[in-house]
Design a protein around this ligand. Structure first.
Ligand SMILES: [Zn+2]
Ligand SMILES: [Zn+2]
Length: 308
């Protein structure tokens, strides 16, 4: 099953040539999900040849413009493009009012339904249930209500070993074997041992998106053991005080959270426009947590299981 994160934008609020505000595309098999939708996100989708029609849901972290100013544009284009499929939208309270006003005064009748859920940014709760994964909110500490999102894959069924399956085995029997149940004969003896006929299911994978937030220790508990963590790193150590005062994090803060949460891999993003390149972010973070990479725009990262 494909489970990837494509970085559409990893800049922060001040516009910078060649960088874009926050937006990420989660692809799970043939379905797409968006986390944040900074200005110009629809242009990034075009650039990377991603069909917005496959978008099933959009998750907005907070109502600072660099995280959602692209939303009205994207929704309007979906409407113009003839979308009729429902869309699920998650974000802090007020996002629906903003969108409704924009649609009202542009006299835009929508041809598809938007199901909006106002998320409680102070709680770690499930907001979305997909057949293959769940999405939970992650409370973050920012100047305005802000939630991260945790995508956690559900446990797959065991895999049948094709060569061992015979025509005599019914559909019900195969289903039980995949669910790790033995099949018994009339005398109660094991007829088919599920371990003989199936292989273990792959370990469920997980991805956490944490932007924007200042450093706070409890965050690590919500994202314990995730395979891939995106954490904002607006500043480097030279501006640690400023980071804290402005409710942002440094590269080292992100790395401390990654280490404390024992995540598999860390991605850094949401860089301040004052930094021209990112090697310093990497160095500072890697002095605490080695498995760190820069969330380069345009790059796709596979969410891979790191559990043993
Ligand atoms: Zn931001
Ligand atoms: Zn913000």
């Amino acid at each position: 099953m494909q489970f990837t994160v494509t970085i559409l934008g990893a800049g922060s609020a001040t516009p910078t040539l060649g960088r874009h505000p926050s937006a990420q595309l989660i692809s799970y098999e043939n379905e797409n999900f968006l986390i944040d939708c900074g200005e110009g996100t629809q242009m990034r989708l075009l650039e990377y040849k991603i069909r917005p029609s496959r978008l099933k849901a959009i998750f907005i972290s907070h109502l600072h413009g660099d995280h959602y100013f692209g939303l009205i544009a994207l929704l309007s284009s979906l409407n113009l493009g003839g979308r009729t499929d429902d869309l699920h939208l998650f974000g802090p309270r007020g996002l629906d009012e903003i969108l409704l006003l924009q649609f009202k005064y542009s006299q835009t009748p929508l041809h598809f339904a938007i199901h909006f859920t106002a998320v409680d940014t102070t709680q770690h709760t499930q907001v979305f249930d997909h057949p293959c994964f769940t999405v939970h909110t992650i409370p973050l500490q920012h100047r305005v209500p802000c939630a991260g999102y945790l995508f956690r894959e559900k446990l797959h069924k065991r895999k049948l070993i094709k060569e061992k399956i015979s025509d005599q085995m019914s559909y019900e029997c195969l289903k039980k074997l995949k669910n790790a149940e033995h099949i018994y004969d009339e005398s109660g003896a094991i007829l088919y041992n599920f371990e003989e006929y199936t292989l273990p299911a792959p370990a469920p994978r997980s991805y956490a998106y944490c932007s924007d937030t200042r450093y706070y220790e409890q965050l690590a508990e919500y994202i314990k053991g995730v395979d891939l963590l995106y954490h904002e790193a607006t500043f480097m150590e030279d501006l640690a005080q400023q980071a804290y005062e402005r409710y942002h994090a440094t590269a080292k803060d992100a790395a401390r959270i990654a280490r404390k949460a024992e995540v598999g891999r860390l991605l850094l993003g949401h860089f301040s426009s004052r930094y021209k390149e990112f090697s310093g972010f990497l160095q500072e973070a890697q002095s605490i947590f080695v498995a760190t990479a820069i969330a380069e725009e345009g790059k796709t990262f596979a969410v891979q299981s790191t559990s043993t």
